[in-house]
Design a protein. Sequence first.
Length: 225
Amino acid sequence: MRASERPRAGADRRDTVSETDSFIQEVTEEVRQDRMFALWKRYAPYAIGGIVVVVLAAAGWNWMKAQEKLKAQERGRTFLAAESGGAEAYRALAETTEGLPGVIAQLRLADSLAEAGDRTAATEAYDNAAKATTEVAYADLAKLQALRESAAQTPPSELIEALGPLTEEGAPYRALALELRAIVAMNAGDTDAARADLRTILTDPGTSAETRSRAEQILVLVAGK
């Protein structure tokens, strides 16, 4: 009997080991799950909060873009309506609009005054536009237009000095400023200075074809003098 029972005892031991391993695995799994649950319970609010923040940020961004689009459309309609109202409509728009749209309205006011022949008011409006923005492209345009409108009433030396910063390399309207300075110098009798500015325009690769053509024509006039 004892000999026949030996295989069974070995099997019992194997069964016991298997049951023990299974029990350990179950306990280990439960411990792992408990830890995962504890971690989730601890950090879930932060995770959920982060997700909420991302979702809200995306929604807020989309809302802001939509609002900006609506504002841009409204500004476009306002500017179109001002076209038929002339200078006074642009004046009202410039006084009630902030930021870059307000500067553009101020520039359109100045253009309207210049077209009407009121050079003094146009010059003042251009000066106001230049002071109202730090955007170089808009500020320099306003300054150049102000000097153009006031050219007839400003001594050549003052005008040439004021045009200096606008003729520096990298200035957005350099060629136009050089053209105006050349005309002023030519009218003042300084043909050498006029010729130098015109040649700078012609040798500058950034000069537009239209400005280049005008410079060539003015250079012919300078040569005639």
